[in-house]
Design a protein around this ligand. Structure first.
Ligand code: AMP
Length: 240
């Protein structure tokens, strides 16, 4: 795939029902636009659970039940990540308060996957770093449900496979490392329905928040392959 250069810092959020393919789109965007990187709140949390950190132990049961982790925990996690990548720094103002200063370099271009999930999280994020494109991905619920059953992940990297349309080169093995693929703990139908319910409750105010800011863009499709070209076209019009 040809790569393209970004000329204007892209600060993107992907919003969509669980299993809609946000991770897949994030991976494809990063391949085509190498200056982009991604932060996935779910991946960061799963890593904390795997490493049995204090946070991991606190959030494990919440995640397994398909509920949302408390805002203060998730905000701390994301802010730490934004700072460690130097995508945001802090300057003291005349009043002595600290103001967030997002980097303007096109290399400080990123995709947030899974965060913010609520309007409250979005309002907090606004004061740290302004988002300039929110992609709302829409796929019919029955299609997502049939895909969930065939989804496999490479847990250490977050790479996602689907035995139906995005199969690994070797069955059950990650393409890059050859390590075994696993099922996500929350990828069963009952948990997925619980997660969808949460998504339905929180996504409307979240999308309205960004609609008001004029940065919301919606894309529909039955598969990731249908959505990707539309997303690339929109991205290029805005950032390359
Ligand atoms: P995901 O991989 O984005 O589907 O996230 C998996 C799980 O991590 C969710 O079901 C939540 O329990 C938790 N989680 C991820 N991101 C957030 C967030 N922004 N706010 C609260 N909980 C989150």
């Amino acid at each position: 795939m040809n790569t393209k250069e970004i000329r204007r810092a892209a600060r993107i959020i992907l919003v969509g029902a669980p299993g809609v393919g946000k991770g897949t789109q994030a991976e494809r965007l990063m391949k085509r636009y190498p200056q982009l990187s991604a932060i996935s709140s779910g991946d960061l949390l799963r890593e904390s659970v795997r490493k049995r950190t204090q946070l991991g132990l606190e959030v494990e049961s919440t995640m397994k039940a398909g509920s949302l982790v408390p805002d203060d925990m998730i905000l701390k996690l994301i802010l730490g990540e934004l700072q460690s990548k130097r995508w945001v720094s802090y300057q003291s103002s005349i009043t002595g308060a600290f103001l967030a200063e997002p980097s303007k370099s096109p290399d400080a271009s990123f995709i947030l996957d899974g965060f913010p999930r609520t309007a409250i999280q979005a309002t907090k994020l606004d004061s740290l770093i302004p988002i300039n494109l929110v992609v709302s991905i829409i796929t019919p619920v029955n299609i997502i449900l049939s895909r969930i059953a065939s989804r496999w992940v490479h847990a250490p990297s977050g790479r996602v496979y689907n035995t139906g349309f995005n199969a690994p080169k070797v069955e059950g093995k990650d393409d890059i490392t050859g390590e075994p693929l696993t099922k996500r703990a929350d990828d069963d139908e009952a948990t997925w329905k619980q997660r969808l319910k949460k998504f339905d409750e929180t996504s409307e105010p979240l999308l309205e928040h960004y609609e008001r800011q004029g940065v919301l863009w919606t894309v529909q499709g039955n598969s990731s392959d249908e959505i990707t070209p539309k997303l690339f076209q929109e991205f290029e019009a805005r950032f390359t």
